[in-house]
Design a protein around this ligand. Structure first.
Ligand code: ATP
Ligand code: MG
Length: 339
């Protein structure tokens, strides 16, 4: 068995499939920032190869990648403390993904709810890449022998599939080579819902701009979106249990809790009994207070494309130093010749 990495290794990524949303920030980037430090070795990636599983305009993709990287940096990912790069610069991801395509079973892929949601009625016409996506995600993680993957709740099933792939590989080849990675899914920000429909998650690729808060939205837009966000006729409850069956109310309270680093209980202790006319403006003010410094810094960073590109290139070199020996050993285990 390959010696377990110490400190434990964290890997996670975001696709440049649109601008960053509040869901990406609260469910992913904010927890990533918190994991930087001596307890973990942190590796964060702009997963551009995942983005092209659905059509991306070639002329816009590189800027999309830079925008996601700028968002991560502006929110506090430190390229000295973490390895930050874009996936396409490290070809070992796709090399390992091919091996995993030959380990994963079609029946496993058929159970992936994200594929069903994204393919919708159109499953015959979507790309093969969209179907194979979880196998590339398993490669992203296991190429670094990552032990922890901080993600939003929507990615839980893909991390479980990653464990299944690791376990089958280890079993088939008789080697305890890949770790059984754990998803880290915590806090009220793990599943931020669509502002117009509290039963669907907020997504950067969602149809309407009004259903999400973008990291680059200005203060007026944020206030307008929360004002128009779907709620319900009841005031906020005093008890968390009373949010059951009220998906929109639950979501708005969760956003407040996550942005203010409080528990849902603490938010309801403050606002329980109040109406939306009081809560929504307070939520908008809080979101602006937290997001404005990040979006300002993001814009500043995005002005210097060359600087972002060279930072991503340096990150990719560091990532490849870890990835190459693991891919080489994988090839050896499989019996492939490699030069
Ligand atoms: P797309 O619509 O293109 O799938 P997305 O907004 O779902 O975009 P991803 O790049 O797929 O973003 O996911 C990046 C990270 O953000 C993942 O860790 C994912 O779990 C997290 N995330 C995405 N949406 C949410 C959400 N609504 N709430 C919490 N976390 C989220
Ligand atoms: Mg997604």
């Amino acid at each position: 068995m390959t010696a377990p990495t110490f400190p434990p290794r964290v890997f996670s990524g975001i696709k440049p499939s649109g601008g960053l949303t509040l869901g990406n920030y609260l469910g992913a980037i904010k927890p990533w920032v918190g994991m930087q430090g001596p307890s973990y070795q942190t590796i964060y990636c702009v997963v551009d190869l995942h983005a092209i599983t659905v059509w991306q305009e070639p002329a816009e993709l590189a800027d999309g990648t830079r925008e996601i990287a700028a968002g991560m940096l502006a929110a506090g990912i430190d390229p000295e403390k973490s390895i930050l790069f874009n996936q396409a610069r490290v070809p070992e991801h796709t090399q390992l993904a091919w091996i995993f395509n030959c380990v994963a079973r079609v029946g496993w892929m058929n159970r992936m709810t994200q594929f069903k949601d994204k393919a919708g009625e159109n499953a015959e016409a979507v790309s093969l890449g969209l179907y194979a996506y979880p196998s590339l995600m398993a490669a992203d993680i296991l190429l670094y022998h990552a032990t922890h993957v901080p993600v939003g709740e929507d990615q839980k099933q893909h991390v479980e599939l990653t464990r299944d792939i690791a376990a089958k590989f280890n079993h088939d080849f008789g080697r305890e080579f890949f770790p059984l990675t754990e998803a880290v899914i915590e806090g009220p920000g793990m599943r931020i819902m669509n502002l117009r429909d509290g039963t669907k998650k907020m997504s950067k690729s969602g149809e309407s701009d009004m259903e999400r808060i973008n990291m680059l939205d200005d203060a007026d837009t944020i206030a307008k979106k929360f004002k128009k966000a779907k709620s319900d006729p009841e005031p906020l409850p005093e008890e968390v249990s009373a949010l059951a069956g009220r998906p929109e109310a639950k979501n708005l309270v969760a956003i407040y809790a996550s942005l203010s680093d409080q528990s849902t209980e603490a938010v309801l202790a403050e606002f329980g009994g109040e109406g939306w006319g009081k809560f929504k403006p307070a939520l908008a003010d809080l979101a602006v207070e937290k997001l404005a410094p990040i979006s300002g810094e993001m814009r500043r960073l995005m002005d210097d494309k060359a600087e972002i590109d060279s930072m991503l290139e340096r990150g990719a070199e560091r990532a490849r130093e870890i990835a190459r020996p693991i891919l080489r050993e994988t090839y050896e285990i499989v019996g492939l010749q490699y030069s």
